[in-house]
Design a protein around this ligand. Structure first.
Ligand SMILES: [Zn+2]
Length: 332
């Protein structure tokens, strides 16, 4: 059941931090667990919740006691998850009000209660505001675990009421070693690069045609900078692709270009498999163009999460990239 084998190796450090908080009686009431998507924040939260709800004394949940059996069955009444009704939707204020009402009652098993918000950034502003008082004065023996990809996605009012625990990406050699041990189809380092270094993201991509897709997107993107592709034609081809995916790739390549341009001796951080190509590209670009592109990509990422006109957005982004001299402030 729950044991050290369930803990991804790169989670040992944050686990030790949690465990020492528990051992020394310094468990915070609200803990914000933050790190990139695909790094295992949810697994960490589940294992720790399981431990808190177990009657056993071990470092990990025992797997046999009544608490463990209920947890394994997904029916432990003192384990509460607050999630969007559908992926990508907001967590609304009604869900938070319902949680507050539930927490006003005593814990059903007389021990800890654990509430996991996943992802915490899905709370809309009313939901976040409704939660503030509970974060300040939670019910007794209640741990609120808020999972988020980045601190910048949460209101300052939430941040100031939570202790923080970072879950960083593992170094690429460790992540590749882990991926190889999972017998993934495909080269671990390329899968890892496609998932921007997140091992679980890379695992999810294994067996898909993502490696070929990413290569094709790179060739078109580099072709634009070199004047070999038409931005409107590329925008048309990309419109139907998963938008999060290519914006993430473009962001990763842009960060690598900035890195290579700023310190030519360094290796790319996010796309080591494209080192040669990126170096050639970096040679012909200036830093200001790259910083402008980076700022456009950030805006595009935010706009794509809303009601933006995707085609228009892509066209503006790619026209800017293909013709930096004609850069205009985009309308989205
Ligand atoms: Zn147990």
């Amino acid at each position: 059941m729950a044991n050290a084998d369930d803990l991804y190796p790169w989670l040992s450090e944050p686990w030790r931090t949690l465990d020492s908080h528990f051992d020394t009686g310094r468990l915070p009431q609200a803990l914000l667990v933050h790190g990139p998507a695909g790094v295992g924040k949810r697994r960490l939260a589940q294992l720790f919740a399981h431990k808190l709800l177990c009657a056993g004394p071990g470092e990990f949940a025992c797997g046999h006691c009544p608490g463990c059996r209920l947890f394994a069955a997904g029916t432990h009444p003192d384990y509460i998850t607050v999630e969007p009704a559908e992926p990508g939707k907001a967590i609304g204020v009604d869900r938070v009000r319902q949680l507050i009402a539930d927490l006003a009652l005593k814990s059903q098993y007389g021990g800890y209660r654990v509430v996991v918000f996943h992802p915490a950034q899905a709370m809309n502003l009313s939901a976040a505001n409704a939660l503030l008082k509970t974060l300040e004065e939670p019910a007794e023996r209640t741990l609120m675990l808020l999972l988020a990809e980045s601190l910048s996605t949460l209101p300052a009012t939430i941040l100031s009421r939570c202790q923080k625990l970072a879950v960083p990406l593992p170094d690429s050699a460790a992540a590749c070693g882990w991926l190889a041990a999972q017998s993934v189809a495909g080269a671990p380092e390329i899968l890892l690069a496609a998932a921007r270094g997140a091992p679980l993201g890379a695992l999810a991509l294994a067996g898909s045609n993502v490696v070929e897709r990413r290569r094709a997107v790179y060739a078109e993107w580099a072709g634009l900078a070199l004047g070999r592709e038409d931005p409107l034609a590329v925008a048309e081809r990309w419109e139907s692709q998963p938008h999060g995916e290519f914006i993430d790739w473009l962001s990763a390549w842009t960060l690598d270009l900035i890195r290579l341009k700023s310190a030519p001796g360094l290796e790319p951080r996010y796309a080591p498999d494209l080192a040669e190509e990126l170096r050639t590209l970096a040679g012909g670009l200036d830093l200001m163009t790259l910083f402008n592109l980076w700022s456009l990509l950030l805006k595009a990422k935010a706009a794509l999460g809303g009601q933006a006109n995707r085609r228009l957005l892509l066209e503006e982004l790619l026209i800017h990239w293909a013709q930096p001299g004609r850069f205009k402030t985009p309308t989205w």
